[in-house]
Ligand binder design. Structure first.
Ligand code: DGY
Length: 438
């Protein structure tokens, strides 16, 4: 399909998912509210053709920020019973710092807003106008980074923890499987809604949901108090993707503050935190014999020796030196980049738990590809970056704006379909960005 008509189709997806209240749903029925990292990617897509909607997206998300700087992973702007677990389950009002005017979840998602704000600056034609907007929002994002470093970096290593798999964004990755074995949640009674919209073979199992629900029940028991969660959650992980995004966002906030002028103290704070983060992401999460960054299970005190698409995300924040970066690229190409596979599978195609169909256990995701593309370009790995971009566009062009895709070229062609939600916002938004010159 010519690039222009693919862009037009993508725009229609975004416009179709935009809601009157000034935010965009990821996908009809399956995800009917505002999700944090989705919104960041969505804003990048809108910025190419409707900067006002891009601003609204960020504004409506930050409007739900908690007093302590926390930004929730879901904002329940409207009522809708097509999703579980909804506002009544998450009960953000249990925490006195949650907003009074709106319900949210009490878990977060990767801190994309720093790099998103910079991306909006790069894309916008009217720099003066966009700077005005950035000036009005940037301190909220800064406060969010302060929250992470003060509440979620319990060993003062510059590496923040996540306490729930949904915070990682890579929801049911095999990376968590051994953590589930340390838990024995009850069989909760709940009504799954996701499997009424999407074939259950593409979604997590009910037993996996028991674990997800159990951690939230524990957090609720502590009224979402960070110190208590850090002490008691069976799930406490330092995730390379989450931390790479934080580092990249630190870097972008520093650059934006410099453009805005003043803000010396904030720049100093971000620089000192970032230095430590960069040192320790390499020291603690990099594994040279595997040629990959790994997750660290803080609760059980050990690295999780599994490779997934998040393992390459430190390229995005410039953490690896050139030799490490070369090694990452070799691991990527040897394991994930075989000619009959699209880049980049969400989990090691040679791994036992790899599943081509199931949510984050193997399929290709366009947002991870976008992160990988920019990471590879940062190290001038132009050929590999081009392959990631072309694979992404081929999938979208031939199959549609799905949430995720089968990594096997043969299976994708035979089934002629993608997986999960259709007309998925970030797939459309990042297609626009991939095809745009800026
Ligand atoms: C879901 O429901 O699968 C979401 O990704 C978690 O927020």
């Amino acid at each position: 399909m010519p690039e222009k008509s693919l862009i037009e189709k993508a725009k229609r997806v975004l416009i179709g998912n935009f809601q009157k209240k000034g935010f965009t749903i990821p996908s009809k029925n399956l995800y009917p509210f505002q999700w944090k990292w989705d919104s960041g990617f969505i804003a990048i897509g809108f910025a190419h053709f409707d900067i006002e909607k891009a601003k609204k997206e960020i504004y409506s998300l930050l409007d739900a920020q908690w007093e302590n700087g926390f930004i929730p992973h879901i904002v329940f702007h409207t009522k809708n019973d097509s999703y579980f677990p909804g506002a009544e389950f998450h009960k953000s009002s249990l925490n006195s710092k949650s907003p009074k005017h709106i319900d949210t979840s009490g878990i977060t998602q990767p801190p994309v807003l720093g790099f998103v704000l910079e991306k909006l600056y790069d894309i916008a034609d009217n720099k003066k106008e966009i700077l005005k907007f950035i000036k009005s929002q940037i301190n909220k994002v800064y406060k969010n980074h302060q929250y992470f470093y003060s509440k979620r970096d319990i060993n003062n290593e510059g590496l923040v923890y996540i306490y729930h798999n949904w915070e990682s964004g890579t929801d049911n990755s095999p990376v968590w499987d051994n953590i589930w074995k340390t838990m024995n949640p009850p069989r909760y009674k709940f009504e799954r809604k996701d499997t009424t919209h999407v074939d259950s073979s593409q979604r997590p199992t009910n037993r996996e949901y028991d674990h997800y629900i159990d951690i939230i029940e524990l957090a609720k028991k502590f009224n979402y108090d960070d110190n208590k969660i850090a002490k008691h959650s069976p799930f406490l992980v330092q995730d390379p993707l989450f931390n790479s995004i934080l580092i990249r966002s630190n870097e972008c906030l520093i650059r934006l503050y410099k453009i805005l002028g003043g803000n010396e103290e904030k720049i100093k704070y971000l620089k000192s935190k970032n230095e430590k983060s960069l040192i320790n992401i390499n020291k603690k999460l990099y594994n040279s014999s595997m040629g990959a960054y790994l997750h660290f299970d803080l609760r059980n005190g050990k690295k999780i020796p599994l490779i997934c698409s998040s393992s390459f995300s430190p390229l995005f924040c410039g953490a690896p030196d050139l030799e490490m970066a070369q090694k990452l690229k070799s691991t990527l190409m040897e394991k994930f980049g075989k000619h009959d596979y699209y880049l980049c599978s969400s989990f090691d195609p040679e791994g036992k738990q790899h599943d081509q169909k199931k949510y984050w256990r193997g399929p290709v995701w366009i947002n991870l590809n976008w992160i990988l593309y920019h990471g590879l370009r940062r190290y001038q790995f132009e050929e590999t970056a081009k392959r990631v971009k072309n694979d992404s566009l081929e999938l979208v062009d031939t199959l549609g704006f799905y949430e995720y895709f089968n990594p096997s070229k043969k299976t994708s062609k035979e089934s002629n379909k993608g997986y999960g939600g259709e007309n998925f916002s970030w797939t459309a938004a990042l297609t626009i960005d991939f095809l745009s010159r800026k």
